[in-house]
Each structure stands twice: as C-alpha cells, then as structure tokens.
Design a protein around this ligand. Structure first.
Ligand code: PLP
Length: 392
C-alpha cells in the first residue's frame, strides 16, 4: 500500500480539477492565437481577458494592470530589472531584505554588477523586516523597495501596509513578491500601496509556467521579453492560453474558498505545531507564531540533519522539505534561517511542512507519530546528541 501525504505546497501544488477542466478545450479545440484577427481566435482572446479580469478583481486592481508572464521568477526579474532600467537616471539604489526568494536576491546580485547599489535589510528573530532600518536606509537615489509578502520558508508575513506607506511618503516604488500569499489571503493593492506585485499559477493550484505581474498603470517601465506587441507591448510572446485559463480558474476558486481554507489550514497548522513542540524535545518553531501563512509549519530539530529526516519521511510517503526547493541539493544552510539568527548547525536540522486544503488531521497525526520515532532514532545515532546527554 503506498500512501502519499503531500506537505510541500510551498514548492508546488496539485492542479485543481476545476482548473484542469477549464484548460482542456484550449489545447485541441480552441487553439487559436489570441492575437489573430479571425473569429476562431476570438474565443482564445476572450478566455485570456476573462482570466485577467478575475485576477485583477482578486487584487482590487484594474484589468489593464495585470500582465501575464512565465511565472513568479520571471515577474520578479522583470520588476527589478525594468524599474532599474527605467529609473536609473533618478538613482541607482534599491532596498530589499535578506530573506527574499532567490529570484529576487540573484536579480539584485545581477543589478549590483550593473552598477546598482542594493541594501539588504535585516529581519528579527521571527523573520519580520525592521521598519526603522528601512526608513534609515532610504536615500535621495533610492528608486525601489522590494519586500516579499510572505516568506516561502518560514511563512512569516511582512508589514506590507507600513512598507507601502513608507515608500509612498518617500516617493519610491514598492514591489512585493507575493507568490506565497497570492490567492491564500486578502491582498488589496490600493489599500496596501503596492506598485508592482509578482504571483505564480502553480502555487495556488493552477498550472506551472504561468504567472502575473501587477503593474500600477501610473508606473512606466519597459518590456522584459522583446518581440511582438502582446500584453500592451510589455511582454512579448504568444499567450500561454491554457496556462492563463488555468490560473484564472484557480484564482476564482481560491477567492471563493479563501476563508474556509484559511480556517482549516490554521487549525491543522496550530494543532500540529503544538503536538510537535510538546511531544518531541529540543524542537523550536521557526518563523512568527501568529503572523504566518495559514499553511506553513517550520520546525528546527536539534542534533540531527534535516536531510536524514526527509529521507525517512519519504520512505513513509510523506513529502516535506528542508529549506526551499530551490536550495535543496545544495549543502548551504538556508539564508532565511541564518537571517533569523539560527546558528549554522541548527539551520541544517529544520523541516518545512506546507499544508493544503486537502490535508487532514489523520494525515498530520500520522506525520507526528512517525516523526517522533524518526527523531528518536536519528538522535540515538547522533554524536552531537550523545555529547549533549553526557553533559547533562
Ligand atoms: C515559488 C516562488 C517563486 C518562483 O515562482 P515560479 O513560478 O516557480 O518561478 C518566487 N518567489 C517565491 C516567494 C516563491 O515561493
């Protein structure tokens, strides 16, 4: 009997049946290019515009402010590089944080090589950005603040409204990588003062390889992909019609079911965290106790390697993660855990479980019951643990 308990929803999610069904006709029946003139293509164009409107509504944005891209990474690259390009004459200083996704951090490294200066803000022990340091970092040549909405590893929510206000007061553009928060919680770009926002289809039960960027219509930046006139001349390339339709359907579902989903995930999250912290000694919750994504659990287990825990969990059909999918395979500890002050050796012993609306209490009891045995077994083989016990 093979059982699968998928607890890596921050890495990717299962496509919703509603999204899959909505996509199907756009492969073999309505395969017209939305940019074509004839009637046959009009259906494709309509489907793209419907999805755009659904997504705009979710964000309280205008349809024309939503641009389809090839995913969250592309949106992040576009936002940073195009703002840098368009505003270089005003200044060459960008502010971000130490805990961003690599799509932001590596783009910032690239821009530094192009002559831009980047300030990487610290975060506190919970992963929340320091607003006083943000204010103090602003200079006359600062052109952009980019701070993620919610952290993909530890789930911490950033004070987006306060950051939006600070950016506005100083006449600086504000971009947020909202890939983890989009569709999972309320986001109102007006109320929050967001000028640019990145989101991705496959993190909200839509297909992979499709994303959006919200670009406030008063912000003028250039295209990231050069070519045809698609997306108001701002993102060339034939539309990924099935992907766009699938993302639109996933967003419609997410909006409809947001409150019940949050309630379900939060209850399971807090139940699981409490069980782990109570029943397994020498464990710590990484990230903020309450200001965190409803589906994120990140726990540090002392004296052992996260990779070993993952392998043993995998043998039971449990999919979890240490750090982010993008860093797995590398031996470096997570930059996010280091930024919240977790020492190197402990950063290696952290595991992330990210739930979905399908996750049940039975699943989580199975996980915790087995986790107890796994941790005990690994510690019994751990020289670090042996040293610790001897010193007691
Ligand atoms: C997954 C993720 C991305 C990358 O999105 P893709 O669509 O996979 O390119 C960017 N930022 C965050 C916070 C993410 O979790």
């Amino acid at each position: 009997m093979s059982r699968l308990i998928y607890l890596d929803n921050a890495a990717t999610t299962k496509v919703l049946p509603e999204a899959f069904e909505a996509m199907k006709p756009y492969f073999m029946e309505q395969y017209g290019n939305p940019s074509s003139i004839y009637g046959f293509a009009a259906e494709s164009k309509k489907a793209v515009e419907n999805a755009r409107e659904t997504i705009a509504n979710l964000l309280h944005a205008k349809s024309r402010e939503i641009y389809f891209t090839g995913g969250g990474s592309e949106s992040d690259n576009w936002a940073l590089k195009a703002v840098a390009d368009a505003y270089a004459s005003k200044g060459k200083h960008i502010i971000t944080t130490k805990v961003e996704h690599h799509a932001i951090l590596h783009t910032c490294n690239y821009l530094e090589k192009q002559g831009f200066e980047v300030t990487y803000l610290d975060v506190d022990e919970y992963g929340v950005v320091d607003l006083e340091q943000l204010k103090a970092s602003i200079r006359p040549d600062t052109i952009l603040i980019s701070v993620m909405f919610a952290n993909n590893e530890i789930g911490t929510l950033m004070p987006i409204k306060e950051i939006g206000r600070i950016a506005k007061d100083n006449n600086i553009l504000f971009h947020t990588d909202a890939v983890q928060a989009f569709g999972h919680m309320q986001i109102d770009v007006e109320e929050l003062g967001i000028d640019l926002l990145s989101a991705s289809g496959h993190k909200i039960n839509g297909p992979k390889g499709i994303g959006i960027m919200y670009l406030r219509d008063t912000v003028k930046i250039g295209s990231f992909v050069q070519g045809g006139a698609q997306e108001r001349n701002r993102r060339a390339g034939t539309h990924n019609v099935p992907g766009i339709v699938g993302m639109g359907a996933a967003v419609a579902y997410a909006r409809e079911h947001m409150q019940e989903r949050i309630a379900h995930e939060k209850e399971l999250r807090d139940y699981t965290i409490q069980r782990i912290l109570k029943e397994i000694p020498h464990t710590k919750l990484n990230g903020h106790p309450t200001k965190r994504l409803s589906n994120n659990i990140n726990i540090g287990f002392e004296f052992i390697e996260g990779e070993s825990i993952l392998i043993l969990l995998d043998q039971l059909g449990i999919c979890a993660s240490s750090g982010s999918a993008c860093t797995s395979g590398s031996l470096d500890p997570s930059h996010v855990l280091l930024a919240i002050g977790v020492p190197h050796e402990k950063a290696h012993g952290s595991i992330r479980f990210t739930l979905s609306e399908e996750t049940t209490k039975v699943d989580m009891d199975y996980v915790v019951d087995n986790l107890k045995k796994i941790i005990e077994r690994l510690r019994s083989m751990s020289p670090l643990y042996e040293d610790f016990v001897k010193k007691q």
